[in-house]
Design a protein around this ligand. Structure first.
Ligand SMILES: [Zn+2]
Length: 289
């Protein structure tokens, strides 16, 4: 079984001044689209088991499906658990996930620190990195007073020092999903200060719909993993809808059109994030382990 070193992917992104994309799978077709986009643009990628697929097929089958598709390909791809619960993170480590995220952002600060610290200890003993989240990333459509949501610089510094997480997802002005009106400008200065205070690479969730110049500013300030889902899902859906708009069509015809449009949309993201053309060869990443 081919394994990659996710933190080597991120460290290269830090040196090269770009970000690696984290994208969600929903079924075999969307998994294939992400893998083919990574192959096409020679890009490293995080293939994420996100929240939506868990009730659909469960963490174990989502992992097995992704691993199966990856065995046929030649890409530097880390299978990552996105927004995992406490129990799911342990299951993910047992299954062989390359990378995990524990989301304790709904807990009190003290409980989040304690739970995350324990998870980091266990995950690191298996060589698995841990991403955590501090501050809340609101869902699109939520009425938001940003002061309740932003990640605090002081809390981030304390949290990272006490837990030893490898990556920190921050809340700096984006939503999960696409907000109905124009997004707020990102709080780039806050990102820069969190990066300086914590000394670890940062992650931005909800990157769909954020203007490219904002993303570039965020990368320069310390974001080296960008999670996007909505734009890619919409691309797939457009392929399906355009096919069925032609009248009664085979399911497979619609799926294939979805895959094609999702590949194009993913390649575009990889170019925008700067990770296209930066994948390590199989020999390189196996040696880096
Ligand atoms: Zn997220």
């Amino acid at each position: 079984m081919r394994k990659v070193n996710p933190m080597a992917m991120i460290e290269r992104a830090q040196r090269g001044g770009y970000a690696v994309g984290g994208f969600n799978m929903h079924n075999p077709e969307t998994t294939q689209a992400l893998i083919q986009a990574a192959e096409k643009s020679n890009s490293p990628v995080f293939l994420q088991v996100g929240r939506a697929i868990v009730p659909h097929m469960g963490v174990t089958e989502a992992y097995n499906m992704t691993r199966r598709e990856l065995e046929k390909a030649n890409v530097e791809a880390a299978i990552h658990l996105d927004h995992g619960t406490y129990d799911e993170v342990f299951l993910a480590i047992k299954l062989g996930f390359d990378s995990t995220m524990f989301d304790g952002s709904h807990m009190s600060f003290e409980d989040n620190v304690a739970a995350t610290r324990h998870i980091v200890t266990v995950a690191h003993s298996f060589g698995v990195p841990v991403e955590a989240e501090l501050g809340k990333i609101p869902d699109a459509g939520t009425d938001v007073d940003w002061s309740d949501y932003y990640t605090s610089v002081e809390e981030a510094e304390e949290f990272v020092a006490k837990t030893g997480v490898d990556l920190l997802a921050v809340s700096a002005g984006v939503f999960h999903g696409i907000p109905p009106s124009r997004p707020l400008p990102l709080d780039i200065e806050r990102i820069r200060r969190i990066r300086e205070a914590t000394g670890i690479p940062l992650v931005l969730h909800g990157a769909s719909g954020v203007p490219l110049e904002d993303l570039q500013g965020a990368i320069a300030a310390g974001i080296h993993k960008l999670n996007a889902d909505t734009d890619l899902r919409h691309a797939f859906r457009r392929g399906v809808e355009e096919t069925w708009a032609l009248g009664d069509q085979q399911f497979e015809t619609a799926m294939s059109a979805g895959v094609r449009l999702m590949i194009d949309a993913t390649v575009q993201k990889m170019n925008e994030y700067g990770c296209a053309g930066t994948a390590a060869s199989v020999d390189e990443f196996e040696m880096a382990l």
